[in-house]
Write a protein that binds this ligand. Structure first.
Ligand code: CLF
Ligand code: SF4
Length: 302
């Protein structure tokens, strides 16, 4: 359990609602949707949800400039005292929009220095941004890793965009996997706490995720969050995976249980929206739309 964590790790996770099961009852997080572009294509993507990178119904999140995002964070933090963590997780990939992402982190660290910074990425551009991530004092990074075998990866990712080129098939999955694992190693070597998210896709990577679990544990990931693919026909096709079902609750739990001996498993993920605000499982984003925020009196602490 969490009470057995080394004190230096506990110090870093005790206020993070995703990294600590205990903290999620008491501490809130928010996302700002500043990152519209993506550098890969996942077959299950619809860009409404991130971190989880999931396909569920919902309204499209409001896209913010870094300045609007920073103002929103200050407004939310002064309204919700339990707000401890700001995550950038989409709607595309934060590291495919590095200027917007890092400008947002910079403004927030000036305006609300107590807020911890969190980043969720597919990992393709991770190795080239490690220094910048460290420079902006990003506390927590989540990498979505769905495979460590390019043959499996080719069924999940039709293409990546890398070095100004679109690359397909097994070669694309090989590059993606190599960058994800190298990025994970580089972050943990610097003491940045890393969580891995994996989407469980029955018949595609479900058995394989046990191997993913071992690979990420051995590279220093602190927590593994295996999430169910959510695919319901009434919500439209899951691109490229038409007819693909998600796992049952029992199948998900069995897989989580089989990995539990290896490392800490996250079981309280709520598969958040791109602009989620509040405690996990609570959505207060409607209270903080741009027009409302711009009308709010906000104390800039510069
Ligand atoms: Fe956001 Fe993700 Fe940071 Fe949390 S969400 S960027 S690690 S602050 Fe959390 Fe939401 Fe699950 Fe993500 S419950 S989808 S794991
Ligand atoms: Fe969609 Fe995220 Fe995959 Fe990009 S990384 S295609 S935004 S699910």
């Amino acid at each position: 359990g969490e009470s057995e964590l080394p004190p230096e790790i506990w110090e870093k996770v005790k206020n993070h609602p995703c990294y600590s099961e205990e903290a999620h009852h008491h501490f809130a997080r928010m996302h700002v949707a500043v990152a519209p572009a993506c550098n890969i294509q996942c077959n299950y993507c619809n860009r409404k949800y991130d971190c989880a990178n999931e396909s569920r119904p919902g309204v499209v999140s409001e896209r913010l400039t870094p300045e609007q995002a920073a103002k929103k964070v200050v407004a939310v933090a002064s309204t919700i005292p339990q707000m401890t963590v700001l995550g950038i997780a989409g709607p595309g990939d934060p590291l495919a929009n590095p200027a917007k992402t890092f400008k947002t982190f910079e403004l927030i660290s000036q305006m609300a220095p107590d807020i911890k910074l969190c980043l969720s990425t597919n990992g393709l551009a991770l190795p080239e941004h490690i220094d910048t991530i460290a420079k902006y004092n990003v506390d927590h990074v989540t990498i979505t890793i769905n495979m460590v075998d390019p043959e499996v990866g080719a069924k999940i990712y039709p293409w990546i965009f890398y070095k100004h080129k679109r690359i397909e098939g097994i070669e694309a999955a090989r590059i993606l996997s190599e960058h994800q694992l190298r990025g994970l190693e580089m972050l943990t070597e610097r003491g940045i706490l890393c969580k891995v998210n994996s989407v469980m896709i029955p018949g595609v990577n479900d058995q394989h995720l046990v191997e993913v679990n071992k690979a990420v544990k051995s590279r220093g990931a602190f927590l593994h969050n295996i999430m169910p693919l959510i695919s319901a026909p009434e919500h439209g096709t899951v691109f490229g995976l038409t007819g693909q079902r998600g796992p049952s609750a029992q199948e998900l739990k069995a897989l989580q249980d089989s990995c539990e001996g290896e490392m800490n498993m996250m079981r309280h993920c709520r598969q958040c929206r791109a602009d989620a605000v509040g405690l996990l499982g609570e959505d207060r984003s409607a209270e903080f739309t741009t027009d409302k925020i711009m009308d709010m009196e906000v104390n800039y602490d510069l």
